[in-house]
Design a protein around this ligand. Structure first.
Ligand SMILES: C[S@@+](CC[C@H](N)C(=O)[O-])C[C@H]1O[C@@H](n2cnc3c(N)ncnc32)[C@H](O)[C@@H]1O
Length: 330
């Protein structure tokens, strides 16, 4: 890629093999692969990616290059084993914590009533909502009225309110590294390949304006970013973390991808594992949020997406961000 070609290459194909890519040609991997949890029953999310793709990613990454791979709480252990068995070092797990996750559990006592053939008691109605907007309980998405029931059987009463899971409040993002070249120090590896250290400088969290004492030797740009990222400010006023809200579906009118990640979050992650003009790979682009972040941050981007309609969204979004980035230079 040079100054006259776009700073990205988008492959409309399956990523397996990463065939067009040369060995040790990529500086960083940032990807949000299928979680293997059948999210909204989507075919592409029925299984975790095959281990082969992590071996491919290892092949094309430069020694010392980092990867950030999104995962789901229930299957992250399998993904971590796949990454480790493919040659990566597990360096950390970032938690993207959100406060507005919806508990997916049900009141098992009502199931007990049903199993016993006892009719549960209707005790009123409630607003069924898909999520709250900022501003509290009166401000919600897609509400409908539903009947509220209470258990009526004796066994049900004993198990009233029992459920199967906690309120989900974070998504894990696995930080991995391809080992640096044998016999090289980190400094030598960086001089040789441009990889081997995290870009902590560009991801610092600025101090709040009203904060007085920030330690003995405060850095002018703020604190080193933590391994917890958040979607919202806590009401405790503790603002020492990177904060980025979740994306509501259809953030862009034409973007109907069901698992869009916020561009601001992807920017933070891209900055953490790469430096300007370096090349970042996303084998599972979805609607292209990693690519948009890369274009905005002057990174070269290589992405793969297999589904026709998602690929079209990627092309459009990434082209639009390049256009916007170019316009802002004038
Ligand atoms: C979780 S989504 C990524 C969403 C993305 N982070 C965004 O913000 O839009 C994962 C994507 O991987 C794609 N995918 C699944 N298997 C693939 C494969 N073998 N090669 C390329 N893409 C694949 C799916 O079609 C899906 O769009």
């Amino acid at each position: 890629m040079n100054a006259t070609t776009p700073p990205y290459i988008l492959h409309h194909s399956s990523c397996y093999g990463l065939k067009p890519l040369l060995d040790t040609s990529v500086h960083a991997l940032v990807t949000d692969p299928p979680y293997g949890i059948s999210f909204q029953n989507h075919e592409w999310d029925k299984a975790l990616p095959q281990r082969e793709i992590w071996q491919d990613a290892w092949r094309v990454l430069k020694p010392g290059g980092f990867g950030l791979v999104f995962s789901a709480v229930r299957l992250m252990h399998r993904l971590m084993v796949d990454l480790e068995d493919s040659g990566f070092l597990i360096k950390d797990v970032l938690f993207w914590a959100y406060l507005n996750g919806m508990p997916k559990s049900r009141d098992i006592a009502l199931d007990i009533d049903k199993t016993l053939g006892v009719e549960s008691t209707a005790i009123g109605e409630y607003n069924y909502v898909q999520g709250y907007k900022k501003g509290g309980a009166d401000n919600y998405y897609a509400a409908s009225r539903k009947t509220k029931y209470e258990t009526a059987s004796d066994i049900g009463k004993r198990y009233k309110g029992a459920g199967l899971g906690l309120k989900p409040a974070y998504e894990p993002i696995i930080l991995v590294q391809k080992p640096i070249d044998k016999g090289l120090t980190v400094a030598e590896n960086i001089i040789e390949h441009g990889t081997g250290a995290l870009n902590l400088e560009q991801t610092r969290i600025p101090y709040p304006e009203d904060e007085g004492k920030v330690g003995h030797n405060p850095h002018p740009n703020g604190r080193v970013s933590a391994n917890i990222l958040r979607t919202d400010d806590f009401e405790d006023g503790y603002d020492k973390f990177f904060v980025v809200p979740k994306v509501r579906q259809q953030a862009d009118k034409f973007n109907h991808h069901p698992t869009i990640k916020p561009v601001e979050l992807m920017q933070h992650l891209v900055k953490l594992v790469s430096f300007e003009q370096q090349t970042v790979l996303d084998p599972f682009m979805g609607s292209g949020s990693t690519g948009v972040a890369c274009v905005q941050l002057q990174r070269q981007f290589i992405g793969f997406e297999v589904e026709d309609s998602y690929f079209e969204i990627c092309e459009k979004r990434i082209q639009q961000s390049l256009h916007a980035a170019t316009q802002s230079l004038f």
